[in-house]
Design a protein around this ligand. Sequence first.
Ligand SMILES: [Zn+2]
Length: 342
Amino acid sequence: MQADVIIQDLMDLLAIPSPTGHATAAGDFCADRLAGFGLEVRRTARGAVVAKVPGSAGGAARALTAHVDTLGAMVAEVMADGRLRLAPIGGLPAPSCDGAYVEVLTQGGPLTGTILPELASVHVFGPRYDEQKRTWQEMRLRLDRSVRSREEALALGVRPGDFVTLDPRAQLTPDGFVKSRFLDDKACAAALLAAARDVVQGPAPTRTTYLHFSVFEEVGLGAPAGIPLDVEEVVAVDMAAVGAGQASDEHHVTVCAKDSGGPYDFALRRRLVALAEASGIPCVEDIYPYYASDATAAARSGRDLRIGLFGLGVDASHTHERTHRDALLGTAQLALAYLRER
Ligand SMILES: [Zn+2]
């Protein structure tokens, strides 16, 4: 398994804008890849991608799920001066969007622009620039067109409800760090694709496992739909929370013990850690204070499921994210070890 291949898939995925609710193209990317590996692929009504990795033995099936939808925004109001007020999609913090380059997806095509605070010109507003609030109520989208009024913006086709996508700002650094706004969860999706590529090249696995790529995770609606009915164990492959006080970091895979939704299945957690140790994958266990995964969402749908969560450490999550190729590779290797579990 090669980190370079995973990083290339990740860069390709990051280049596809996919805010929750407008993520079909990112799903198409995964579906095409999986079909190319020879797997049976289907799409759910909501647009999730489900591929089956058949096992040689009977018994209950499992599922690995990653999400390819990302944070984003929508036009909430076309203002009198032609600037746009936005509403976030998912947990996108407004201050992190100060200066973001964006596209507004109008009926007539995309228009570029920049998200700025209301009092953006330092030479005009002086100290008020520092003092102003940066909530979504104050932030504005400035279109890159000569627009001075609501009427002129409307004439360009801009309407409330238009999706706004942020420049993913993807970079690979010489030291092996990967930076982008949207490593959550495209990094894990790319890792899952790498595991799928490898598993089909080896002997048939023992257990049947579905690979599920959801497109509604950031609003809590990803995996409740589309997990096949013969599944009794769902493992979300999603970013680990990095910061002061956390065991997780950008070089390790974390197996999550507990998040805001409560503890994950203990026996499954031990199996994941044992698989990582047996494969020599750098791994830690951790809890996340403000976090909910698609596995929890699946269990909340009322299904009787064992749930688990693992994934690479991402610093500055939901803002200016960064991880390292070590953790990207480790996540793909652990997904492969799980697929090959006897
Ligand atoms: Zn995520």
